[in-house]
Ligand binder design. Structure first.
Ligand code: PGA
Length: 258
């Protein structure tokens, strides 16, 4: 059976509870129920509870943008995966903005991935090289290290449920994604790492997304890349028309593969 495609809206630190609810209603008007595309909304923590009561579950699933790796205790300001349990289906882990602005090391990302899985939440693990690493031709090494360390506490059964997003840091937040050739190379390499560690069956079941300047006009090119199962969308997900067009584009690309 074909894996359902996924489109994730990473709203980052944008929108208050009211604005998030408004955008969700606009999206609900524009997005159909697709059997082949899962649409996942990742608002800030504050919005998760109210949105969980508002969303049409045939259309949307929720994701947290992060979570803390210890389940409970004296960790002021943190929200644990155990507190997010039953509220979200997915959690984004290891986004480059977390690695960069919040100093998340490979070990912290690994512990977060493990904690998400332990609490029944599917991690969307983000990996990708910076511009400097790309210029130094270190992309393969960086992806290798990020993947091998993040998955190191998991079994093959855990990994096959997971989602990994290839997000080259240099392509985030602009209007030009990586080229399909670049994406293909990185995704092949990333899938190869997983198959070396867990075998081909696990690698086949795992879903891989691309993120970084996803805008409607680029969807068919990116989704045409072998091994890409969906998109992790940042700024374009804050615009109802653009995001609905992206979801529609992923659906059309999925139909054309049948
Ligand atoms: P962007 O962000 O679509 O704004 O490039 C993607 C991301 O950071 O997940």
């Amino acid at each position: 059976m074909k894996k359902p495609r996924i489109v994730v809206a990473n709203w980052k630190m944008n929108l208050d509870v009211h604005q998030a609810s408004l955008l969700t209603h606009k999206l609900a008007d524009r997005i159909h129920v697709y059997r082949d595309v899962e649409v996942v909304l990742a608002p800030n923590y504050l919005c998760l509870q109210p949105l969980s009561m508002e969303i049409d579950r045939r259309k949307f699933r929720l994701a947290a943008q992060d979570g803390y790796f210890i389940d409970e205790g004296s960790y002021t300001g943190a929200v644990s995966f155990s507190q997010l349990r039953n509220l979200v289906h997915y959690a984004i882990v290891g986004h480059s903005e977390r690695r960069r602005y919040f100093s998340e090391s490979l070990e912290i990302v690994r512990d977060k991935v493990t904690a998400a899985v332990r609490n029944g939440i599917v991690p969307i693990l983000c990996v990708g090289e910076t511009r400097e690493e790309r210029n130094l031709k270190e992309t393969r090494q960086v992806l290798h290290d990020q993947i091998v360390s993040a998955l190191s506490d998991l079994t093959g059964e855990d990994v096959e449920q997971m989602v990994i997003a290839y997000e080259p840091v240099w392509a985030i937040g602009g209007h030009a994604p990586a080229t399909p050739e670049d994406i293909e190379q990185a995704v092949n390499w990333l899938r190869y790492q997983v198959s070396e560690l867990y075998g081909e069956k696990v690698e086949n079941r795992l879903r891989v997304l691309y993120g970084g300047s996803d805008e409607p006009e680029f969807v068919s090119g990116i989704m045409g890349v072998e091994g890409v199962d969906g998109l992790l969308v940042g700024h374009a997900s804050l615009n109802a028309e653009q995001f609905a067009d992206i979801v529609e584009g992923v659906h059309i690309a999925s139909l054309s593969e049948d």
